[in-house]
Design a protein around this ligand. Structure first.
Ligand code: GLY
Length: 376
């Protein structure tokens, strides 16, 4: 059943929601989502983005100025896969973005390992690289996997060799700022080791002190995602990350996993995520959000219903707070075939960037708060 040959009203009739007056409400999400009610947390009215129509690029809130570039490219006739890869490249190239590409926070051994994937709606092909070292643009490598091979995913040493063969340049991705953050994390890891903790270290007179930000860096799951829709109705999605900081070497998050960190069905829509990747993997997150849209939910409802289910599936004690809720955050983003879009997060703080040619500012993008499941 194809979204482009079936109107939303027909979807709702088929799913039995329209007649019950549940269209566009949080109840639709509740009905098709988790079995445990969390009605107060779900949106009670369609979010602004659900009413949007037409070509558009949406991204995680950090994809600035990339999302505007993606929109400009799809409006100029570029393939949507090129547009979303170009969008995340801004973050990958930025040494001050410590969650993606050059300058990303390293693994527990101080080595930067990157993950990325891209999916192309018109061909329903995907490309992905995981745990790749020394190449700052893993999303562009993933696009080469998509375009030049019959594989979907290449990891580790093989991914590096593939990238070099494709002409990418090897470089050290560990910036001084990220190296210092890693040394600081390592020093404070074990009270009993021979590394002095923050409060024990001798600061040289006039020496450079470690900033509070660097001290506060414990674990981060920073990531960048972008999805785009062309005027012809074609779509693509891309996610890129340095993954969980201080991870066990070889750990792969959701970003390179098709259906977890991003997914694209050209007949329905795209989804992507930032935040705790393990939770997106075990819930097939981005695929689930696109499935929710195919079943008739708006993008906002699809995101909220998915996160509701993720919360119910979060069983481990070390992942729950005193109220039994996830003690981590995940933000998810959805873009439907017709241009409707939305985003949601578990706890407040997530945001997404939208470019559709209507932003009244020089950057040509808007930053929108993701709707949180819990208001904390
Ligand atoms: N979402 C990024 C990661 O967990 O690796």
């Amino acid at each position: 059943m194809r979204m482009n040959s079936l109107h939303r009203r027909e979807f709702l009739t088929l799913t039995g929601l329209a007649g019950a007056g549940m269209a566009g409400s949080g109840l639709a999400a509740l009905a098709l989502g988790s079995t445990k009610a969390r009605a107060a947390s779900l949106p009670s009215a369609p979010a602004e983005g659900d009413a949007h129509r037409g070509p558009c690029a949406i991204a995680s809130g950090n994809c600035d100025p990339g999302v505007a570039k993606a929109y400009e490219m799809v409006m100029s006739g570029f393939d949507p896969a090129d547009a979303v890869v170009a969008a995340v490249k801004f973050n990958e190239d930025d040494p001050n973005d410590q969650s993606v590409g050059l300058g990303g926070l390293p693994n527990e051994e101080g080595i930067v390992e990157l993950d990325a994937s891209v999916m192309h709606g018109p061909t329903h092909k995907a490309g992905s690289v995981a745990s790749i070292r020394n190449i700052k643009n893993p999303a562009a490598v993933a696009l080469e996997v998509l375009r030049k091979t019959d594989h979907v995913m290449i990891v580790g040493e093989g991914a590096l060799k593939f990238a070099l063969r494709m002409g990418f340049k090897e470089e050290n991705l560990l910036t001084e700022k990220s190296r210092q953050a890693w040394v600081q994390w390592r020093a404070n890891l074990n009270k009993d080791d021979k590394w002095l903790d923050d409060d024990q270290q001798i600061q040289p007179v006039g020496g450079k002190k470690v900033s509070a930000i660097e001290k506060s860096l414990m674990f981060t799951w920073g990531t960048v995602h972008c999805s785009a829709l062309t005027p012809a109705g074609d779509m693509a999605a891309c996610t890129s990350t340095s993954g969980l900081s201080w991870k066990i070497p070889g750990r792969i998050g959701d970003s390179p996993i098709v259906g977890a960190g991003m997914y694209c069905d050209n007949n329905v829509g795209c989804a992507g995520a930032t935040g705790r990747g393990e939770s997106m993997i075990v819930n097939c997150g981005s695929y689930a959000i696109v499935q929710n849209m195919e079943r008739g939910m708006t993008p906002s409802e699809a995101c909220a219903a998915f996160l509701n289910k993720l919360c119910d599936h979060t069983k481990e004690k070390h992942l729950r707070d005193a109220k039994g809720r996830p003690n981590f955050n995940v933000s998810v983003y959805a873009l439907r075939k017709d241009g409707a879009y939305g985003g949601a997060c578990i706890h407040p703080g997530g945001s997404y960037a939208v470019a559709d040619g209507t932003a009244a500012n020089a950057k040509n993008l808007r930053i929108v708060a993701c709707t949180p499941l819990f208001n904390d």
